[in-house]
Write a protein that binds this ligand. Structure first.
Ligand code: MLC
Ligand code: AMP
Length: 496
């Protein structure tokens, strides 16, 4: 019976550095010890957590990796929480997933304590668990569920995407093969750790490969550039917004400093972009500045990574390449026909061992998300000269901002509760830095005032930063179709 191979492999890496955080380097042996401590504390004498959901609110670093592995080694399901989530968002995840225990880093404990107390959920400081002596840990079969990640969709509230250990292993091994991960790789990790990009592509692949991850608690531009200038990294993975911000930083830097950073980027063996469309102009500007040709790939929480430009060969700006190892991809037209050749658009459908098992507690939604065993991504693409190119989403209600997938419907449900809002419509507007920004058109309650700073302050209590409206338009009514339904593309035009 195969167990959690990611963790089994770590035994062979021993004293090699695994994670740097808090100014210290921690080896694979340290990580195994720390995660055993987490597992032992969670088990508290039980044999196996038997799929108990354990959430955690921990920044990137040894404690995060130990919590993730500790939950897995104890037979639990890991539910990583967003460090930027507002209180109602945390409550949604904790209640929807039926979380029984939360691991928090000491500085963040206060943020989740009232919720845990109210719901009767066990709350532990991760720092207190790392040194715990542990006796036997269960053998966890690879078919068992490992993780629930929350992702926005065409329903209002985010849904839980359940992946098994085997799914995660397939997601990791596909990338390790395609991108040639090596044990001497060294990568900075600054992406949020409640998404596959940070968890699987960076942390998972690195730890699978015996490589070294340097963790930052968030995207700290200056500190990251400083380390880039020291030429320590071999790999770099980020969302397009980060490349836009890096371009701005390089362009405005003093010549000497800029030269140091450019040399640091140029020295890397691979730089990857994904999670949102990388504009060809950004791709080309980055090459002009650093000599690096970004490798763009396409993925999704439900499937891990699906399509990628090659490690060796043409990396085409504006395209996402070909299916990754172990991933089957097809395009299907609106009428349900499988696209046979090039230049005909269709919805991307994906099949293979990396594809998630189910949406948590949503059997009907899970069922309708698959057709004949193929997962329907909701993304449109076309095959051109051997490479797929993403055309956009089927739903206008999905917004991608800074690499975060947002549901317009979820934001509308919150904004509608504002006392000055009678009706509202949320749309994404194209933005050079963020890809898209959140814009809201509002029909105001009679006799009320509404301005953007006021709405933002109010929304900040209820929504994470990426979901906060950046534009506001008060309108007498919305453009509607003959059935009275709001026409979103026409709402978008109101902002132009
Ligand atoms: C923040 N700001 C925004 C914003 N987010 N403005 C517009 N739109 C947004 N989405 C504003 C803030 O209010 C603030 O304004 C200023 O920008 C700086 O905020 P910040 O939070 O400090 O920004 P920063 O740390 O620079 O964050 C940007 C970022 C972050 C790009 C680093 O958004 C990020 O980590 N994104 C990655 C998300 C990710 O990993 N996605 C992968 C999903 S998995 P002010 O006025 O206060 O200065 C997936 C599958 C796959 O998609 O294929 O990978
Ligand atoms: P998430 O649900 O957060 O995992 O986001 C997945 C979505 O991000 C996909 O369905 C796509 O819409 C989008 N996405 C990821 N990578 C790319 C890319 N390279 N180009 C365009 N869109 C992308």
């Amino acid at each position: 019976m195969p167990g959690i191979r990611l963790i089994e492999r770590a035994r062979g890496a021993g004293d090699a550095p695994a994670v740097a955080s808090g100014g210290e380097r921690h080896s694979y042996a340290d990580l195994l010890r720390a995660s055993a401590g987490v597992a032992g504390t969670l088990l508290d004498g039980a044999e196996d957590l038997k799929e108990t959901r354990v959430a955690f609110l921990i920044p990137a670093g040894l404690e995060y990796a130990a919590a993730l592995w500790g939950v897995w080694r104890a037979g639990g399901i890991a539910v990583p929480l967003s460090l930027g989530a507002a209180a109602p968002e945390l409550e949604h995840v904790v209640t929807d997933a039926g979380v029984r225990a939360v691991l928090a880093s000491r500085p963040l404990r206060g943020r989740i304590e009232p919720l845990c107390r109210r719901l009767g959920v066990r709350l532990l400081c991760v720092e207190d668990t790392l040194g715990t002596e542990t006796s036997a840990l269960p053998r966890v079969a690879s078919e068992r569920p490992a993780m629930i990640l929350y992702t926005s969709g065409t329903t209002s509230k985010p849904k839980g995407v359940v992946t098994t250990h085997a799914n995660i292993e397939a997601q990791i091994t596909s990338l390790v093969e395609a991108w040639g991960w090596r044990e001497d790789d060294h990568i900075p990790l600054f992406l949020p750790l409640h998404h596959v990009h940070g968890i699987v592509n960076v942390l998972g692949c690195a730890l699978w490969s015996g490589a070294f991850v340097e963790a930052f608690e968030s995207f700290h531009l200056e500190r990251i550039l400083e380390r880039v200038g020291e030429k320590v990294y071999t790999l770099f993975m980020a969302v397009p917004t980060i490349y836009v911000k890096l371009i701005q930083a390089l362009e405005s830097a003093a010549p000497e400093e800029r030269q140091r950073w450019v040399e640091g980027f140029a020295a890397m063996r691979l730089m990857v972009s994904g999670s949102a469309a990388l504009p060809a102009s950004v791709h080309e500007r980055w090459t002009a500045l650093t000599g690096q040709k970004l490798l763009e790939r396409y993925g999704m929480t439900e499937i891990g990574m699906g399509l990628s430009n090659p490690l060796h060969g043409e990396r085409r700006p504006g395209a996402v390449g070909q299916p990754l190892p172990g991933v089957e991809v097809r395009l299907v037209t609106e009428s349900g026909d499988v696209v046979g050749g090039e230049d005909q658009p269709g919805e991307i459908q994906v099949r293979g061992p990396a594809v998630f098992r189910e949406y948590w507690n949503q059997p009907e939604v899970t069922k309708t998300s698959f057709v004949d065993g193929w997962f329907r991504t909701g993304d449109m693409a076309v095959l051109e000269r051997g490479y797929y190119r993403i055309l956009g989403r089927l739903s206008v209600d999905i917004i991608k901002s800074g690499g975060h997938k947002l549901s317009a419907l979820e934001i509308e449900d919150v904004v509608r509760q504002h006392p000055a809002v009678a009706e509202c419509a949320v749309v994404g507007l194209a933005d050079a830095t963020w890809g898209e920004i959140v814009a809201v058109a509002v029909v105001a309650e009679k006799g009320t005032d509404l301005d953007l700073p006021g709405l933002q302050a109010w929304a900040g209590e209820r929504l994470s930063r990426d979901k906060i409206p950046r534009r506001l338009l008060v309108v007498p009514d919305f453009p509607r179709n003959a059935m009275g339904k709001v026409v979103k593309p026409a709402v978008r035009e109101l902002f132009e």
